[in-house]
Unconditional design. Structure first.
Lengths: 272, 272
DNA sequence: TATACACCCTCCAGTTACCATAGAGTCAAG
DNA sequence: CTTGACTCTATGGTAACTGGAGGGTGTATA
């Protein structure tokens, strides 16, 4: 009693191509192949093997592994490990998908209010430790930060080391007073005698967005960023940063539309 | 201020190849390409677009759709639909994955007890309606089913229509008495004058396995099937079927190892 | 000025588990 | 003998990249 491939396929609830594919892979060879026509013939005895394949595939195991398994090249201790790994993988995937669903919800809510594609996109990055020369101080307004830059400039004097990235500002506190730190990133081994640089530790997850336009708009950028952070179930976990990717023309800080500034806030997932 | 592809990639936290890929797709073209070296140069102004792409991708939207979206070929009503569809899709996926995890658990438990790959694989199929000529009756034991077959045979006499599949038995009840129905599947339009066939309705989900060996072992097959059904959170929802894919040699029902029988039980997912 | 080294280019192959199609051959019934 | 359902091989496609070969470019240092 031989079955043509189509009949066998129906019994196993798979497509004919799939069977041919498995044949090519050697996963389940046809019991007999007609020498002249090339027709594959299967027997009912092969059905259990096909079903085993489908069952294992259904658990998410790759065809390669299934092959190894069925040819007894894999002990059931290994199978166990594979299964537990798969489970772990699935757990993570489910977790990720749930988070993605949350983000979609947030986006849909945003869409309710806003008409167009939002102007601020937020991403979560990891940030490496950065070594900086910096100058910290209290200011009475965000526009009074210049003196800090000048002090930094003076301190470094002529022996300025090379900056390894754009300058930025850290905001340590805004209440009761605004406390800022202006930073110039330098190489990990850079030294200027008599001055000490310090290292900002790495940040696991940093919510980031990019503001495009004059500094007067930075506040809306921060607002959008904070809104996102909140809507996506994060909480703030450190001083935020303002990174001057592209400075405005000197003297036009409030009007040059070509300025580009990255806004960053360290966050952690709220565990509620 | 132009950025080389590597710098731009770092800002967006993507790989250089990815940027080149997106360039090929036209998703985000380099702002300038050196005519001679072929070097791509990006500007900071392009960063927001890249971040938008990444944000949308992160929501699970395909690059194609993102392209359409950013080029304003897709209204935000459509975006909304896409997002809601995605959400639905994710919900189903999560559902599926949770079920898969359950199956893996069941398999792991099975592995605890059993040493080898299990001898019975279970699959869930959909089953089409089947038209049958059948003979129903009560028997005192599963070995007393022969008379039913003979009655069916007699009734059909010489005017036997062609069977459209293997013969099978339905088990309507096993308590207090065993009530069986022996069936011969026929075409939907087959008629034998004076006899009426009836139609077994389609079954949404049928738990199926294949028993390979003499009939005496059928009981272990059914046991395995029921165990699986139970372990995977299903409950029985109709009469089971025994399909004689390959009958044993006549007179050796209890010993012929080449018999192949498919065991089927209609089930529904337990809603607990 | 030479050279080292990091960076960039294009093109191609590979990943997974199949599906679709073309063009040709085969089988069983009427 | 034809018809229609089936089968064969071989190739190309899917999504979103990754990796590599083989070769050119840009800049900082010796």
């Amino acid at each position: 009693m031989k079955l043509k491939i189509g009949e066998f396929a129906r019994l196993g609830q798979v497509s004919v191509q799939t069977l041919r594919y498995y044949d090519d892979l050697g996963l389940i060879k046809a019991g007999e192949v007609d020498r002249f026509s090339g027709y594959r013939y299967y027997t009912l005895e092969q059905l259990p093997r096909l079903l085993q394949i489908l069952a294992l595939k259904d658990l998410g195991i790759s065809l390669q592994q299934i092959g190894a398994l069925l040819d007894h090249e894999m002990s059931n201790i290994e199978l166990r490990q594979v299964l537990m790994l798969k489970q772990e993988e699935l757990r993570n995937e489910v977790q990720g998908q749930l988070e993605r669903m949350e983000r979609i919800e947030a986006r849909l809510r945003l869409l309710e209010q806003n008409e167009r594609v939002p102007s601020y996109e937020v991403v979560i990055k990891q940030v490496e430790p950065i070594r900086v020369f910096s100058e910290q101080g209290k200011v009475s307004s965000y526009w009074e930060v210049d003196p800090l830059w000048m002090r930094l400039h003076e301190r470094l004097g002529a022996r300025k080391p090379a900056a390894t990235g754009p300058y930025f500002t850290l905001c340590h506190a805004s209440e009761p007073e605004i406390e800022l730190e202006v930073c110039m990133p330098v190489a990990m081994d850079a030294e200027v005698d008599g001055l000490d640089a310090h290292v900002l530790p790495a940040v696991e997850s940093m919510a980031c967005t990019v503001h495009h336009g004059p500094f007067t708009g930075l506040i809306t950028g921060f607002t959008a960023l904070m809104t996102w952070v909140d809507a996506n179930g994060y909480i703030i976990a450190g001083p935020d940063r303002e990174i001057y990717l592209q400075l405005p023309e000197p003297g036009h800080f409030d009007s040059d539309p070509s300025a580009i500034t990255e806004l960053q806030i360290p966050v952690v997932k709220a565990t509620a």
